[in-house]
Design a binder for this molecule. Structure first.
Ligand code: HAM
Length: 431
């Protein structure tokens, strides 16, 4: 049957067991982040458009061509958030905590929206896991944040990732670098695409987002922000590298890394994964010491990162711990209410297991054949084959006050008094 309605292009539906894997990775994240003193923040998906033009930057790809922007019923321009840093900064100012006790440690897990060309690992609705640390101007801010990030990545089973890192300095660095880049590239502009010519005239830094190989080649021997770094930013950068070295976080300096958002100052970083191809980062982040003030708040230094959750789960070796599975099988509709009570007992005795009742009461033969299919797919479904059972409840068992317990791995089955159920299930779990 051809479906009449399809998900919007670039969006997708996720089902179990993939959703179980997402949820398990998010619990690992919540545990690691909480252990570092970070608390969850939830900001609205809808924001006023101007928040992003002001913070992410009018000439960036995100604002220029990737935002879902529309007028509401009263003509105000709203945007589905393309990223969460601006929203968090706005919320912190609005709540009045930007002038409160520091540091302020917040994280988020949630959907973001960008009108990008959909391809592997790139969607129009995608998840981000991000963290923002406010109130720390010194390099210890970067050190703590990246230490937490790597604790999380390690918990997901990554072993060989390294941070690609750079310093983009201050606003003065940015404008000097921008001018130098314009001079370096001006002679070649005639061969550029219309889009790259626009970038060159409006904001040459954005040429780093160009996909044109000849532009990329020109950029490879262009000046870098490092050529214009002020002394203090240089010292800050050296200290960040030293602290990361001490924390055992592998770093590679990448002098031409500038990132696609305008709010960064000093440190910027990304983590790439070979599985995603050269252009695609699992995560990106950096310092944004002027953002809060530019949005009308106090001068408040900050540093943060956001991980692309879809990309992360695509490449992470992480598998959630396998769970037990029990099917309670009534022989027919007469045994159904007993089956529901048995299932409740098994759930109490085997916490964490998935306990199902054959609600359609189709009989033992069909029920056991379904159990066999699920047993065959155990690995994909995230079940532990050693802990997969069927409880058979027939008219005989009901009359005798017993249950029959079948171990799917061994095929063995045993009938015992119903009152022994909890003890037997509990003992099975320890075996
Ligand atoms: P970003 O580099 O624009 O930074 O996005 C962070 C990550 O989100 C990317 O590295 C990528 O993994 C993922 N991502 C971006 N676009 C897509 C897409 N269309 N589909 C799938 N994944 C995507 C930011 O968003 C900043 N707010 C990060 C930050 C936080 N800086 C400081 N604090």
């Amino acid at each position: 049957m051809t479906p009449q309605y399809r998900a919007v292009k670039g969006t997708r539906d996720l089902f179990p067991p993939e959703t179980e894997r997402w949820a398990a990775a998010e619990s690992v994240c919540r545990e690691v982040f909480r252990a570092h003193g970070f608390g969850p923040i939830r900001t609205p998906i809808l924001e006023h458009t101007e928040l992003f033009t002001r913070s992410v930057g009018e000439t960036t790809d995100i604002v220029y061509k990737e935002m879902y922007t529309f007028p509401d019923r009263r003509g105000r321009s709203l945007t589905l958030r393309p990223e969460n840093t601006a929203g968090v900064a706005r919320a912190v100012i609005e709540k009045g905590i930007a002038t409160g006790p520091m540091p302020l440690r917040l994280y988020y897990v949630g959907p973001q929206f960008r009108y990008e060309r959909p391809q592997a690992g790139r969607y129009r609705e995608f998840g981000q896991i991000g963290a923002e640390l406010f109130g720390v101007a010194g390099p210890a801010g970067e050190a703590e944040l990246l230490e937490m990030l790597f604790a999380f990545l390690k918990a997901l089973g990554f072993v060989n990732l390294s941070v690609s890192i750079n310093s983009v300095g201050t606003a003065a660095t940015r404008s000097a670098f921008s001018e130098a880049l314009r001079r370096h590239l001006a002679a070649h502009a005639a061969a550029f695409s219309e889009e790259d010519r626009r970038r060159l005239s409006e904001n040459p830094l954005r040429l780093f987002e160009s996909k044109d190989p000849s532009v990329r080649a020109l950029l490879s021997d262009a000046p870098t922000p490092r050529d214009f770094l002020d002394e203090e930013s240089g010292r800050h950068h050296e200290e960040v590298l030293r602290l990361l070295g001490e924390a055992g976080i592998p770093c590679e300096e990448n002098p031409s890394l500038v990132r696609g958002l305008d709010y960064y100052t000093r440190t910027v970083f990304e983590v790439l994964s070979k599985e995603l191809g050269a252009q695609d980062a699992i995560l990106g982040g950096g310092r944004y010491d002027n953002l809060v003030e530019s949005l009308g708040g106090p001068a408040l230094p900050a540093v943060g990162f956001a991980i692309g959750e879809d990309r992360l789960l695509q490449v992470a070796p992480f598998r959630p711990p396998a769970a037990g599975w029990v099917l309670v099988l009534p022989q027919g509709p007469e045994e159904l209410s007993e089956a529901l009570r048995v299932a409740a007992e098994v759930r109490l005795a085997a916490p964490g297991s998935s306990v199902e009742v054959d609600l359609l009461a189709r009989g033992f033969r069909k029920g056991l054949s379904r159990a066999g299919l699920i047993y065959d797919e155990a690995v994909a479904r995230g079940y532990d084959r050693e802990r997969m059972f069927v409880v058979l409840l027939g008219a005989d068992e009901k009359a005798a006050g017993t249950v029959t317990w079948k171990n799917l791995a061994t095929g063995e089955q045993e009938t015992f008094p119903r009152w022994e159920l909890s003890r037997r299930v509990g003992a099975g779990r320890q075996a």
